[in-house]
Design a protein around this ligand. Sequence first.
Ligand SMILES: [Zn+2]
Length: 257
Amino acid sequence: MHSDMRPYILSETNWYTTKNEKFDLAVLPWGATEAHNFHLPYSSDNVESESIAAESARLAWENGAKVIVLPCIPVGVNTGQRDIYLDLNLNPTTQMAILSDLIDVLSLQKIKKLLILNGHGGNDFKIMVRELGVKYPEMLLGICNWYQILDKKQYFDNQGDHADEMETSLLLYLRPDLVLSREKWGRGTEKKNKIKGFREGWAWAERKWSKITEDTGIGNPELASAEKGKKYFDSLALKISGLLVEMCKADPGDLYE
Ligand SMILES: [Zn+2]
């Protein structure tokens, strides 16, 4: 095998290799195509999710886990950003149809475990997994929103939730060639909802993105660095690799103690 081909990355491996393998777990990175402040690429969520999935799978593979990373789905639910130029949107029912078709082939091919590794806040897979779990009761279906795993305050000075210090740091580490120079970074200032319940977060309404931020960012990226990105990335991959190993080993018929 060519040394650069990773046997746990589906888009790099081949039938010659896979026909003699038996994978236990598929990992599906899911991102979005959307503007990320002025300075980050539209593919930010995809770059992040794909890279985190690949590194987590590498660590899990080294621990004997038979895991295969599926190609990242590069478009997500952006119903609140449809009017932002070149942001793309899948409606939730479309996303559900895609997920359902992928689970159908995995089930047929006897890969009975799936982890959706999600990197975009608008992608809400919980109700989908509940419903697909009724249709495919033999499947172990998991969701992991990687941006919610770690306490971001331990890694970053300024908090946010879109193209913020965390995302800018990750891109500076993973793809510095796709990050514009610092003088082009917007401040990512967010306008808050006038209605108290929504503003305080104990009630929820979708945010109309073009009304709440001038530069499409939420969270000030100015203190971002590649070093912070690497530290966060390595911690995430280590934690997720543990989940992959456990999911691979688990007997779906004997999950509870
Ligand atoms: Zn993002």
